[in-house]
Design a binder for this molecule. Structure first.
Ligand SMILES: Cc1ncc(COP(=O)(O)O)c(C=O)c1O
Length: 404
């Protein structure tokens, strides 16, 4: 059997290798502490579950949901954005529900790239961003994110021949895996750059809420931005309020612990929303109406569960970082996300995959190798804070023995 060439780059995946190493360690009797997946272990709120339960009993929700979801969902998303970021949004033309933001970010390149066109992606970055470009037969130009540049890309370094063939740039802050936050001034620069070079600006924004605001003395923000909490993790639409070039992706997976429910939305430039809708119309019939109702309840209902989640991840972060410091691993305290991005000790600096496979084999602690997120991720490892503090501390204790 012959398969399409576009499948080739999707076949090598260090995370699949890690899964194998994890399974092998488990089979050999290791007690696994899995810190490799950013899948929240916290529960969706009761009022969200109640809205979904009620929908399930209502047979009017059981049919296909055509077009672009429900008006109530689009309005709730538009209102949430306007309230939070001060950007007016037209629910009819500027919002599109998605089956998770991964689905939307992976489908968007089909709408904007012709075969051979370049997409400018963050390196390291979220693997499905690259996957979507490969599926659209595009080319990737990786923009390296270095600690000395606060993990922000340097636009001036993009070669002119690449730029002349580039159609889109993908950003995502607060950033998985580096945990960096981008200030609004950086987004303004990005919007101006994309306008100048006629690029679509895509912003994947899953960690909008997972920001540890009062610790922000550690962030690279100018003081004026810290004083306004809404600007700590800015929306790209704040930098492009007329939505000339930008589209943003929001998900309910992180803020509302609804990862398994598969619900998110795109918001931004009306032409881009329509183009993405056209791609999706060929592929799916939208998310189930009951899940949309749960998402409306999440956006319109009490937000204390969001604040609780942030507090839980802050406690986990502090426990893990303090434990790492106790064993002599100096890792900076992240200001956002549910991850720790740790520079590997010298002995492992060029082989994060080997570090992670041996770590899980010898200690049962599973982490994600930096190289899995891109070439510039080599030399790092990502830990997802998806267990309680006591388990995270146990994981660090085991690593202490391994590192010795
Ligand atoms: C940057 C980024 N984008 C997208 C996703 C997936 O979001 P969703 O569950 O909405 O598909 C994740 C999940 O970890 C992520 O880190």
């Amino acid at each position: 059997m012959q398969f399409a060439k576009r499948l080739q780059p999707l076949q090598t995946n260090v995370f699949a290798d890690m899964d194998q190493a994890k399974a092998k360690a488990k089979a050999s009797g290791q007690d696994i502490i899995d810190l490799s997946l950013g899948s929240s272990d916290l529960q969706a709120s009761e009022h969200v579950l109640a809205a979904i339960r009620e929908s399930v009993s209502d047979k009017s929700t059981h049919g296909y949901l055509l077009f672009h979801g429900t008006q109530a969902f689009r309005q709730a998303a538009a209102d949430w954005y306007t309230e939070r970021f001060g950007v007016p949004v037209d629910p009819e033309t500027e919002v599109l529900p998605l089956i998770g933001s991964q689905e939307g970010t992976a489908h968007l390149p089909l709408a904007v790239l012709n075969p051979g066109d370049f997409a400018l992606l963050l390196d390291p970055g979220y693997p499905s961003h690259a996957g979507g470009v490969y599926l659209a037969s595009g080319q990737i130009y990786p923009m390296p994110l270095l600690a000395e540049n606060s993990f922000l890309p340097v636009f001036e370094e993009i070669p002119t021949p690449v730029l002349s063939q580039a159609r889109m740039m993908m950003l995502s802050y607060p950033h998985n895996p580096t945990t960096a936050i981008a200030p609004l001034s950086f987004f303004q620069e990005a919007v101006a750059f994309c306008r100048q070079h006629d690029l679509v600006l895509v912003h994947d924004f899953p960690y909008a809420d997972l920001v540890f605001v009062e610790d922000s003395g550690e962030t690279p923000h100018p003081k004026s931005e810290i004083q306004n909490p809404k600007l700590i993790a800015p929306s790209i639409l704040q930098a492009d309020p007329d939505k000339e070039v930008s589209i943003e992706f929001f998900t309910f997976s992180k803020s509302y612990n609804m990862g398994g429910f598969r619900i998110g939305y795109a918001i931004g430039n009306a032409q881009l929303i329509r183009a993405l809708r056209q791609v999706k119309a060929a592929v799916d019939f939208n998310q189930y109406r009951g899940i949309l109702n749960g998402a409306i309840a999440a956006l319109r209902g009490p937000q204390d569960s969001v604040h609780n989640s942030v507090e839980i991840f802050r406690q986990r972060r502090d426990a893990f970082i303090n434990a790492l410091h106790r064993i002599g691993w100096q890792v900076p305290t992240p200001a956002a996300t549910m991850y720790i991005w740790a520079k590997l000790p010298e002995a492992w600096a060029n082989d994060s995959v080997k570090f992670c496979t041996q770590l899980v084999e010898k200690t049962g602690v599973a982490a994600s190798p930096g190289a899995g997120f891109g070439k510039a991720g080599e030399g790092y490892v990502r830990f997802a804070l998806v267990h309680e503090p006591a388990i995270l501390e146990r994981a660090v204790d085991r690593m202490a023995g391994f590192l010795r």
